[in-house]
Design a protein around this ligand. Sequence first.
Ligand code: NAP
Length: 420
Amino acid sequence: MGYDKVEIPPEGKSVTVLDEDADEFDVPETPIIPILYGDGIGTDVGPAAQSVLEAAAHATGRDVAWLRIYAGESAREKYDENLPADTVDAIREFRIGIKGPLTTPVGAGYRSLNVALRKRLDTYANVRPTYHLDGVPSPVSHPKKMDMVTFRENTEDVYAGIEWDHTDDDVERVREFIEDEMGYDDIIHDGPVGIGIKPITEFGTKRLVRKAIDYALERGRDTVTLVHKGNIMKFTEGQFRDWGYEVAEQEYGDEVITEDTLWEERDGDQPDNSVVVNDRIADNMLQQVLTRTENYDVLATMNLNGDYISDACGAQIGGLGIAPGANFGDALCLAEPVHGSAPKYAGQDKVNPTAMILSGVLLFEYMGWDDAASLARDAVEATIASKRVTYDLHRQIEGGEKLATSEFAAAVVENIETLS
Ligand code: NAP
């Protein structure tokens, strides 16, 4: 393997997932899975998820060799750098991985390591399924109606990192360019200014929308909704919508139809095994996920909208302790929970590891380990349904038993043994 800055799995387990040039996965019985605990509560939820995923793998006749990789605080402590090249290379080589949260300082300090990792791995689709597990308290009356998957573009938009601080000399050059050369001379107020750029490309949009439509077709989902604020940001978000429709109309034949075609030509009669593509303006979408929840399946959107909308969806199914996610590139999957590093709870063995476990479930599904994935998910659901839960759910469940992170993981492992 030739890595210095990772923790190699024990002898006898070093089986690579696939050869570097292969397009398809050929998953061995004992694959190496790179795991990055991350910052803050990452060191609580990481080991907890590992024990559950390992138990589900064992119960279905398999094994996992974990390769510990480092970024953020753990990498600074061990190697005096934020993101060792070995971390990126290991995920790239093994084509799979699971990571916990990484802290991003607000305002000053280093740029987001999450964004850097996504860019360097080109994991362009951040996929966040939101579905309700039995027994999870919810602020809405019918949480089972929430069953959406958000495909969030992961590499561009205002997250691209093209921005200038108000103290930076370059910001004045950018201002002059915008005002003098581009003619926008009455828009930016005088005085200090921070400026950021929002690139939305045809390439970035189309590959994201394609991934969302492919997913919907494979999983028998009815709709893909393009979410945008194109009424205001016409040339970025509006163009995202137009390029999204181009993919739908030009690349899929009869399998994919637009909402206009559905109503104008078919009187609302959707053909079997087809996907309808429609679009909604982002602010409306934030209320639609609450008021017309059952009408939506798969959402495809840009980086910032996707971040907001998936958290709003996540709130309906139990909050950040529950919501899983994964970053996909071409033949690459890096699973990660939606939540952050919640520094105030770090190291307390307190928070909910469900989001990290269910992110591992997504990874198992990607590897074709559907039976192990279902087993882990069912065991989490059975544990929560028996009211044995961590603090976040305990405060909302009458008569529940409050468990530590590690105790909750142990209870899920027990349920894996019972269910298998
Ligand atoms: P956060 O870490 O997600 O925490 C916000 C709140 O969500 C927590 O105070 C807690 O709420 C709840 N929560 C989060 N994870 C939970 C869990 N596993 N179990 C139970 N409750 C959980 O968000 P933040 O405070 O905005 O961000 C902290 C840092 O994380 C920032 O540096 C941010 O940049 C980073 N971040 C990283 C990622 C990533 O690595 N992918 C994602 C988001 C944020 P209560 O206190 O109400 O119980």
